[in-house]
Design a protein around this ligand. Structure first.
Ligand code: H2B
Length: 114
């Protein structure tokens, strides 16, 4: 599969089974992490930034004290989910775990504008 190919529903469902901390919303992969402190939230944001630069694939981020809202979608694919979003989500989840983040994907609002 090309890395900018939009994932069909079946493939997306398969990928999401391996990404239990994420959900499909607003044409992207979204989640919320609650960090132990605002300082660790900032460290998490820095780690997300490094992943984004390494992959040249950048999320929407929303920092709210100890919580960070994350949304990955592929602009070059018209704002849909591709393999790049999946790879980025896995790497971000690993950094979240290393910082003792609590995943709260259900908190991601359905209305947050892309
Ligand atoms: C030129 C540059 O590589 C592209 O614009 C990259 C940058 N970061 C990106 N991030 C996201 N989320 N989607 C993209 O299509 C994308 N494209």
């Amino acid at each position: 599969m090309g890395e900018l190919e939009v994932l069909d529903d079946a493939r997306l469902a398969e990928e999401l089974e391996m990404l239990p901390e994420w959900k499909h919303r607003l044409g992207g992969l979204v989640t919320v992490y609650k960090l132990p402190s605002a300082a660790s939230a900032l460290a998490f944001i820095a780690a997300v930034g490094e992943v984004s630069e390494e992959l040249v694939h950048h999320p929407d981020l929303d920092w709210r004290y100890r919580r960070v809202f994350v949304r990955f979608s592929t602009h070059d694919a018209g704002g849909a989910v591709t393999a790049k979003d999946v790879e980025a989500a896995h790497r971000v989840s690993d950094h979240a775990a290393a910082l003792d983040a609590v995943p709260e994907p259900e908190r991601y609002p359905d209305s947050l504008s892309p």
